[in-house]
Design a protein around this ligand. Structure first.
Ligand code: AVJ
Length: 331
């Protein structure tokens, strides 16, 4: 593929990041993962409007510690992180509502560091809102939304002139397999110039009970989030999943150091996918794997970055060591 020809497209003050890797459509993912057993579907399809709202609600539950913990770490250490990174540009993968980024921008403000912010997300509407909010809130700040899928290759990612701080928060890295995670960090490292930094949020291996509760909250919001995937398939593929005939299940798999989320069929049943002209036949108790969320040790979290040739500048964790924020630089 020729990188120089269409490296970016600009419209509505947004930069559209052209994908440089093949990525599956929903139809392809369903054909590959759902028509035969063991069944699975990638977690990116959770996030329709209701799914995004439910995820926000998960983040507010008592049991789901990652968001709160990471936010507290950022609140406490943002000045130190920004002082070490001295960014002229902050580029954030999967920025979503950008709620946690305020800590970094406030720290920039306090240190008189003026920078540009490039939130990178698939959801353009969200990006417009973030841009308007942030430019109003920080008069000195220029926001340049990057519209695209960060898992579809970074070859065409906009490269501003000056020191860049790449940011990947929330332990979204956990959705990748451990091998894919290494490959993704290597891709990011490949975008970086000498002196650039990467700030990575990583969820840690911990007592099984804590993990179990985080993915099985009492209010059942994680269950609703998981089941909502079937609504997404119903509306996008004209399917007839009956949500009452599935149950949410999340378990920690210690061998693979990951939480696995499933939808379990509560009876033998058939589902028609009219758009695809296909039918799924599920056994009683059959599971569909909907998400994996990998956990890392202190050492593994650093290895993610050092294996890509990056140099650890700071590794911040709370007293209970439930979460890591790691800042690494390119030499
Ligand atoms: C957004 C992928 C970091 O794995 O913890 C939360 C998603 N799924 N509860 C995670 C999620 C169920 C979350 N990530």
């Amino acid at each position: 593929m020729d990188g120089s020809a269409v490296s970016e497209v600009e419209k509505n003050d947004c930069i559209y990041v052209v994908q440089s890797k093949e990525s599956n459509t929903l139809e392809q993912d369903v054909k590959q993962g759902m028509l035969t057993s063991p069944r699975s579907i990638p977690p990116k399809y959770f996030y329709d409007e209701r799914g995004s709202l439910l995820f926000d609600q998960i983040c507010e539950t008592d049991e789901y510690y990652p968001t709160r913990t990471e936010s507290e770490l950022l609140n406490e250490y943002a000045l130190e992180l920004v002082a070490a990174a001295r960014p002229e540009h902050i580029i954030e993968f999967g920025s979503g509502t950008s709620r946690k980024t305020h800590h970094l921008l406030q720290a920039c403000e306090q240190q008189g560091i003026s920078c540009e912010y490039f939130p990178f997300d698939v959801c353009e509407e969200m990006l417009h809102q973030v841009r308007d909010d942030f430019m109003q809130h920080y008069q000195w700040l220029d926001v340049k939304p990057l519209v695209g899928d960060y898992t579809a290759g970074l070859e065409h990612l906009h490269r501003p002139n000056g020191t860049c701080m790449y940011v990947f928060l929330g332990s979204s890295i956990g959705n990748f397999s451990k091998q894919e995670a290494k490959e993704f960090i290597a891709e990011v490292a490949n975008c970086m110039c000498s002196g650039d930094t990467l700030l990575l949020g990583v969820d840690r291996v911990k007592q099984e009970e804590v993990l179990h509760q985080a993915y099985n909250d009492k209010q059942g919001i994680t269950g609703e989030f998981n089941l909502n995937l079937l609504n997404v398939l119903n509306s996008r593929l004209d399917a007839n999943f009956d949500l009452d005939k599935f149950k949410h299940k999340a378990v920690y798999n210690p061998d693979k150091q990951r939480v696995e989320m499933y939808l379990v069929s509560q009876k033998g049943q058939q589902i028609d996918l009219d758009t695809l002209g296909e039918r799924i036949e599920l056994d009683d108790g059959e599971k569909i794997l909907t998400e994996v969320s990998h956990k890392y040790s202190h050492k593994q979290a650093e290895a993610l970055l050092t294996d890509a040739g990056l140099h650890i500048l700071r590794h911040i964790e709370p007293e209970n060591a439930w979460f890591s924020l790691v800042l690494a630089s390119k030499r």
